[in-house]
Design a protein around this ligand. Structure first.
Ligand SMILES: C[S@@+](CC[C@H](N)C(=O)[O-])C[C@H]1O[C@@H](n2cnc3c(N)ncnc32)[C@H](O)[C@@H]1O
Length: 275
């Protein structure tokens, strides 16, 4: 059985398979024989192109974040459902971070990061860790803590690899929180599958794999998201929209991706246009 948070370790193992492409030079720190075995089992059951697709996704956000940071447009990255992403160490030390995920993920991540920093394997960074379950109402304390850490900072909120796992109702609650916390000129990055993909064989394999591998007490009903959700998101303007195939043409044009066998993800970047 695989736990929901172990999906984040699998994602990390995929990024480690091509650190030059993914630009996650620390992804390998999270690997272990157990996680590599999960990653291989997942790729073989769902799509052998998943490691490559995840490297492309990380590379896209790495490049976007790096450009915004060097243009002085963002001071802080808040990663909702951060899993074992290592953006804090890929971005300049001046950028502040809030890492948010389920309690067990955040606790494990924080402990590992501290120990690698003590061993000199990772540089120091300004990171706050917060735990939250997106399936539940947010506490006033959670919201106020984020607001306090943001202060006057310009932010980039990231939601990568999460929407598939949560309901539409919980997504609305999350995007309302984003709108409440962000100010004009702030950025929001999000990743999702389009509803059209549901008809494909490869998506069916993904759903069967996730359903078949979750612990019995974990609830799961997948979500896909239509472009209109982002196009009509109140208070935000869509600035960029990419998908796995387009990113492949840009970053690894030599690699042939057979469309039918790829879990095509869509990446959106929005800018807050009013308070
Ligand atoms: C596929 S992983 C992606 C992790 C990371 N963003 C990445 O791209 O590598 C999904 C993440 O969402 C988190 N997650 C899933 N459901 C959640 C929930 N209800 N509340 C908080 N986090 C959740 C998981 O713990 C996991 O870290």
């Amino acid at each position: 059985m695989i736990k929901i948070h172990e999906t984040a370790m699998v994602t990390s193992a995929f990024r480690a398979m091509d650190e030059t492409l993914s630009k996650d030079q620390y992804a390998h720190l999270w690997s272990s024989a157990r996680i590599q075995a999960h990653a291989d089992r997942y790729s073989n059951a769902v799509s052998v192109f998943e490691p490559h697709a995840h490297c492309l996704r990380n590379r896209y956000f790495f490049d976007q974040l790096t450009d915004l940071a060097s243009d002085g447009k963002i001071d802080m990255l808040i990663n909702f459902g951060c899993g074992f992403s290592m953006y804090p160490f890929a971005l300049p030390a001046s950028i502040k971070h809030i890492e948010i995920d389920l309690p067990e993920v955040v606790a494990y991540k924080q402990q590992q990061i501290r120990s690698w920093q003590q061993l000199g394997k990772l540089p120091g960074r300004n990171i706050q860790y917060l735990s939250c379950n997106f399936n539940r109402e947010y506490t006033r304390e959670f919201r106020n803590t984020i607001k306090m850490h943001i202060g006057k900072a310009s932010t980039f909120f990231l939601l990568e690899g999460v929407l598939f796992f949560i309901s539409r109702k919980d997504s609305f609650r999350l995007f309302n929180l984003f709108s409440d916390l962000q100010r004009q000129g702030d950025y929001l990055g999000s990743v999702s599958f389009r509803p059209q993909l549901e008809q494909s064989r490869v998506f069916g394999k993904l759903v069967s794999f996730v359903e078949g591998n979750l612990k019995k007490n974990q609830q799961f009903k997948y979500q896909t998201v239509e472009d209109e959700f982002y196009e009509k998101l109140s208070g935000y303007q869509l600035k960029d929209h990419q998908d796995t195939l387009g990113l492949n043409s840009k970053y690894s044009p030599e690699k042939v991706l057979p469309e039918q066998e790829v879990l095509i993800e869509h990446m959106y970047i929005l800018e807050k246009n009013k308070n």
